[in-house]
Design a protein around this ligand. Sequence first.
Ligand SMILES: N[C@@H](CCC(=O)N[C@@H](CS)C(=O)NCC(=O)O)C(=O)O
Length: 203
Amino acid sequence: MKLYDLPASPNARRVRIFVAEKGLDIPLVPVNMMENENKTDEYMAKNSLGRMPLLELDDGSCIAESMAICRYLEELHPEPPLLGRDALDKAMVEMWQRRMEFELLMPIIAVFRNTAEMFKDRVQQIPEMAEVEAENVKAKIEWLEKELEGKQYIANDEYTAADITAQCSFVMAKAALGIRIPEEMSNLNQWWERVTSRPTARA
Ligand SMILES: N[C@@H](CCC(=O)N[C@@H](CS)C(=O)NCC(=O)O)C(=O)O
């Protein structure tokens, strides 16, 4: 088994954290996007969208999509559960994971793709879209601050994939866009302290 990785990518990071939380040791294969290593025939045969992360199994099967990779690993290694324990809990983790992905991570990536120099020649950048999505990110951070009232973690009372996706979203927001959790948002700041003090946070 090997994991094709893009070190700075929030999607790749969430899978690396998931792997580390499971205590697994899966060899990483760094893919250099700037050298178009993800567009070679060899890589495109593994993932026709040319994206990372990608998990390649020993039998040659290739799993793309971060959450599909996480689901596969959870099935093989149920402990500690990061995708929920019983039917309701699994649904809640799925709900919150999707919310973190669609409402936070994707708008943050949209701001980055529409403004970053490294994407200038790779995508059609629309500055107005970056502005709209930046406002969206701000509103979603305020929303999450309220949602975290009285909660230790995002989906339930333990650390799950929903926290991992949110955590990686904030890492990217801070590193790539300079967007930080506002000081006065005590729920989010306490949650941030809780998740980033885990030994796996720098995976
Ligand atoms: N939905 C996919 C998204 C994967 C994705 O977009 N990966 C980006 C890095 S964050 C990538 O590989 N981009 C390569 C490119 O744009 O050429 C997932 O959840 O894994």
